[in-house]
Design a binder for this molecule. Structure first.
Ligand code: SIN
Length: 513
């Protein structure tokens, strides 16, 4: 463990706490055995090349661990292990899988605080948010432990007296699960919970910035008794990620690929999967319209705005992105959000008490956000608040408001994935819908109005897969999460989240006298 190598006495309070938490989640293992390893075929392993890469704390740039920098050789070993394990895991009963998922869920609950601190250390999100993500993440394991027992088939009416027609559901095979850095815990459980419930085995490829949560969670999966090879974790630096992605999307032993991340990477993986006709689940970028009508209750809308925009400092696929505000409430609502952003957002290290707004994940994300803000201002947007890197330095960015945005303003055209509120005033419902639908992605959207007819009318026409109506927090294990247009394919969570991982097999019983 690099923290330990650097000398216990030189560590800050938070670093010492992190080390203690890591030890705690690992059931107080010997310090020298702290996990900085990947997990293949039930073994904790290094990269075959012996290489490692550092994991940084985005709040201060310090190295918190060094983990295996694996490449395609390691990925192939993981695929072989998952494929071998599938031959027995596929034959377990739903009840057996359910019991193991429930044990994994219980361990996640027991280790919630340690896992939350680990999450804040590697992803930078405020501790209260990490605790929220832990509850959210664990809830997928609980949900899919229950759903495992309800993956039923169908008996349908045959057109012939001599036949009976039955559909059974079977696990699809080995699943590649490629997960993002913005929800290092919940995006793994949302995929792995569904895959395991269906009887698939999997290889998890966590994001380069946040592999530690994946390692910790899979450690708990092992402790829960999930057999070797059923869950595997392959870690790698940014440099090796494309090669691993290629193996995970083209290998003939892979049947399903589930990816959460950007639309360009999703497109590439989809193209790779097309060659092998693999099943895909893609949860890609959004650019969520957040529409405030004259008939909105502005107090409710403000609370929804704060959570929909500032969860994870705006680095969420379903963050409000394009704010459309009707002229009758425009001045009042813009004043309210400016005031709330100035007085309620406390920027800093997510481990510190009271902080509710952390750093961005890495330098390239900060450069992207800053570049889009500058380009938007150059294109005619007006900066009402913020607009530059925060005086704290590092990866902190100022909560920013840009008004006077048009469809072609860079922060409207491209998902900003940061703490930037781009605003446009509109006059009519038709105009709001036209602007909201004028993009090629459609993950989430938000509508604020107390007029029920208007809520229904707009919800029917808004081209997104999910809509918050007078609500800014729509995520839950029970929800069917996913998008339309170039925001992806398939749904995660809910009972539909299992569909990607199971196949229908049609049995026709003939010759009945
Ligand atoms: C995401 O940003 O990819 C997921 C957000 C969520 O599940 O709420």
């Amino acid at each position: 463990m690099s923290l330990l190598n650097s000398g216990w006495r030189t560590l800050s309070y938070h670093q010492k706490r992190l080390v203690r938490d890591l030890l705690k989640y690992q059931g107080v293992r010997n310090m020298s055995k702290m996990r900085e390893e990947a997990y293949i075929d039930g073994q904790w392993v290094s990269a075959k090349s012996g290489k490692t890469f550092p994991v940084l704390n985005p709040a201060n740039g310090k190295v918190i661990a060094n983990v295996p920098d694996m490449n395609e050789t390691d990925a192939e070993l993981a695929v072989d292990a998952a494929h071998k394990a599938f031959q027995t895991w596929r034959n377990t009963t739903a009840k057996e899988r359910s019991v193991l998922l429930r044990k994994w869920f219980n361990l996640m609950e027991e280790n919630q605080e340690s896992l939350s601190r680990l999450l804040t250390a590697e992803a930078g999100k405020p501790l209260a948010e990490s605790r929220g993500e832990l509850m959210y993440g664990s809830s997928f394991l609980e949900w899919f432990a229950e759903e495992a027992k309800r993956i039923n088939g169908e008996v349908v009416c045959s057109p012939a007296r001599s036949r009976e027609m039955i559909f059974i559901r079977q696990p699809a095979g080995v699943a590649s699960l490629i997960t993002p850095w913005n929800f290092p815990n919940a995006m793994i459980t949302r995929k792995a919970g569904a895959a395991l419930a269906a009887g698939c085995t999997c290889i998890i490829k966590p994001a380069e910035d946040t592999p530690l949560s994946a390692i910790a969670m899979v450690d708990l999966a092992e402790q829960a008794g999930i057999p070797p090879g059923v869950v595997n974790v392959v870690t790698s630096s940014r440099g090796n990620t494309p090669a691993i992605g290629r193996v995970l999307s083209t290998h003939n032993k892979i049947s399903v690929l589930s990816f959460t991340g950007s639309t360009p990477v999703g497109r590439l993986l989809y193209e790779n999967c097309a060659r092998g006709i693999k099943r895909v689940g893609l949860e890609l970028g959004g650019n969520a319209p957040f529409i405030v009508f004259n008939a909105a209750d502005l107090k409710t809308t403000l609370e929804a705005f704060m959570v929909a925009k500032f969860r994870n400092a705006g680095q969420t696929c379903i963050s409000g992105s394009r704010f459309l505000i009707q002229s009758g409430v425009y001045d009042e609502f813009v004043g309210m959000i400016k005031d709330a952003m100035e007085t309620r957002l406390v920027v800093g290290d997510g481990m510190d008490n009271g902080v509710n707004f952390g750093p961005l994940i890495n330098q390239s994300q900060l450069n992207k956000v800053d570049g889009l803000v500058k380009a938007s201002i150059a294109a005619g947007a007006e900066c009402l608040l913020g607009g530059k890197p925060h005086e704290l330095g590092g990866l902190f960015y100022e909560p920013t408001i840009l008004t006077n945005c048009a469809e072609t303003t860079p922060c409207f055209e491209e998902e900003i994935f940061g703490p930037v509120v781009g605003i446009r005033k509109f006059e009519t419902e038709e105009e709001a819908l036209q602007i909201a639908n004028s993009c090629d992605v459609g993950l989430a959207g938000y509508i604020f109005t107390q007029d029920v007819s208007q809520a229904w009318r707009v919800a029917r026409q808004l081209e997104t897969g999910m809509i918050g109506i007078n609500e800014g927090l729509i995520s839950a294990a029970e929800a069917a999460f996913g998008g339309v247009k170039q925001s992806g394919i398939g749904r995660e969570g809910s009972r539909h989240g299992i569909e990607e991982y199971s196949e229908i097999k049609y049995l026709c019983f003939g010759g009945i006298n």
